[in-house]
Design a protein. Structure first.
Length: 346
């Protein structure tokens, strides 16, 4: 089911938590919402679910205005960070709860509960109490409880934040697989950008109640629209450089970088270059710099570099034993391709 958000705002008394948001999520699409704490992600989900009213604007499901429709008439389901299960009930009682409210008979309930528990690999826990489950198992029960109602829209609010890294990776695969199988439209809020990138068709990057960019994970990474997005998605080196107004280029580390047309009349531009787009090599006749220190992070080794004009730059190189040749304090040279640089005006 397609979701359209049209000029939606939310005020809590004098405070505007969500400013004039407009976007849409296509039928069967999974859109992730990524943004710093307090930027309005939970507020947005709660408005879509109908748990809190909008201050102004409209919400449409498949073109139908649902802005004032009560929560139980929207056919959405929500999965939370803290599971929100009934701790004293069994797994099957939790999953069957919503079906009971919908007045399905016992036989139908059992059939649906078993089928969905099988999907989340929990059939053998049918009679287990929630208190006797691990965090990952609890979150699979919560997912089953949401899916069993065959919602048109599934809303996730940081569902994996309480789980450890390995479990988060396997859970996100389960969620994505089921979402595709059932073709459910999903909005998925997370703090974890790797999770957002791995699970979604598109990502909305939010800051201060405003969407900064909505795009595919790939485009957000390679073609961020502004400095905030380039810094928020992945790691980057950002430099605020002043320049001569009217110039179509800027000098960065001894190279002339051309700037976009809209930046020509600016006195300042922002340059972004990702750590993996710079290389270090033995000092010869290139751009001289110095290794402050390095961190071996596993797959990559991250070098903290200081340039001759006192800029700090991160450089990521694939780890191999040859990396050992660049020692703390060593003078080296930097190599990069101008094509890998993004220039922004804000
Ligand atoms: N009931 C409320 N009354 C007043 N202010 C609220 C209320 N709920 C949320 N807020 C404020 O609205 C803003 C957005 O809150 P929200 O919970 O949507 O943020 P979030 O993006 O989900 O943050 P987090 O990532 O920490 O969960 C915050 O500044 C918060 O303090
Ligand atoms: Mg939140």
């Amino acid at each position: 089911m397609k979701i359209e958000i049209q000029h939606v705002k939310k005020n809590y008394n004098d405070f505007e938590a969500v400013h004039d948001l407009s976007f849409s999520v296509e039928d069967g699409e999974l859109m992730a919402f990524l943004g710093p704490s307090g930027c309005g992600k939970t507020t947005l989900l709660r408005m879509i679910a109908g748990l809190i009213p909008v201050t102004s604007g409209k919400i449409l499901f498949d073109g139908r205005d649902v802005t004032t429709l009560p929560v139980q008439k929207r056919n959405t389901a929500m999965v939370f960070q803290n599971y929100a299960l009934f701790p004293n009930m069994t797994v099957s009682e939790n999953v069957a709860f919503g079906l009971k409210i919908r007045k399905l008979n016992k036989k139908e309930r059992e059939k649906k509960v078993k089928a969905i528990l099988e999907k989340v690999h929990l059939l053998e826990y049918y009679d287990r109490r929630i208190q006797e489950l691990s965090g990952g198992q609890r979150q699979r029960v919560a997912l089953a409880r949401a899916l069993v109602l065959e919602p048109d829209i599934l809303l996730f609010d940081e569902p994996l934040s309480n789980l450890d890294q390995k479990l988060r990776v396997s859970m996100r695969q389960i969620i994505r697989q089921l979402q595709k199988e059932y073709k459910i439209t999903c909005l998925y809020v997370t703090h974890d950008q790797e999770e957002a990138m791995s699970i979604s068709d598109s990502i909305a990057v939010m800051d201060l109640g405003v969407i900064q960019q909505i795009d595919t994970p790939q485009n957000l990474y390679f073609h961020p629209k502004n400095a905030f997005v380039s810094d928020f998605i992945g790691k980057t080196n950002l430099f605020y450089l002043s320049k001569q107004k009217g110039d179509g280029f800027i000098t960065f580390l001894e190279k002339q970088i051309s700037v976009p047309a809209e930046a020509i009349d600016r006195g300042q531009v922002i340059i972004s270059i990702r750590p993996e787009n710079i290389r270090i090599q033995k000092l010869a006749f290139g751009i001289e710099a110095r290794v402050r220190y390095r961190e071996v992070l596993g797959l990559i080794t991250r070098y903290h570099i200081e340039t001759t004009d006192n800029k700090e730059i991160l450089v990521d190189m694939i780890s191999n034993e040859e990396n050992e040749i660049y020692q703390d304090g060593e003078k080296i040279e930097l190599v990069f391709d101008e094509g890998a640089i993004n220039v922004f005006i804000d």
